[in-house]
Design a protein around this ligand. Sequence first.
Ligand code: COA
Length: 170
Amino acid sequence: MISILPENPAVHAPAIEALYDRTFGPGHFAKTAERLREGSASLPDCSRVAVEAGRVVGACRIWPVEIGDPATPAVFVGPLAVDEAHRGKSLGHDLVQATLKACHAQGWQLALIIGAPAYFEPLGFSRVPAGRIKLPGPQDPDRILIQSFGATAPDVHGQVRVPASRRHVV
Ligand SMILES: CC(C)(COP(=O)(O)OP(=O)(O)OC[C@H]1O[C@@H](n2cnc3c(N)ncnc32)[C@H](O)[C@@H]1OP(=O)(O)O)[C@@H](O)C(=O)NCCC(=O)NCCS
């Protein structure tokens, strides 16, 4: 049986890092998305792991960011990874849904992800019109997706960055 749990960093972090390493390889850290994670810290209460018999078989982390000026707080979703042996069983979708539910419950109003629209649109994400949201590096605009938990989507635009209050020296 697979359980989806909040991340407990002391227990899950090494296995999550190992899953990310074997899923994405070393090139992972060169990606623009990583510029929104380095020097920051994820939100374990909102992040989720899929665990089977004590083994991490899927993970989706959540990071605090802000967009534009004045700053609109948002969560940055990902990386999402499911162990190869467990793909095609809806685990990826279940993990993202569980993180979004946790983010909403914790008062977050907006979620941002960089990913395949075909995969994330069924989960409530929509493409951001080209040029509205700027990332700290090159990015295919078709993969910048956003979701508002409110009734109406906010008119959010501008630079995405790690909030100054969350930055730490690494
Ligand atoms: C992408 C990934 C997380 C999907 O995990 P998964 O548990 O196999 O996905 P699910 O079973 O939840 O798939 C749900 C649906 O999305 C479809 N789907 C799966 N991967 C897809 C992709 N890359 N693009 C578009 N659709 C996809 C599935 O066919 C399924 O469709 P269905 O509901 O009509 O059957 C997994 O393949 C993975 O870890 N890939 C490598 C890392 C990666 O690319 N992460 C995403 C970017 S951060």
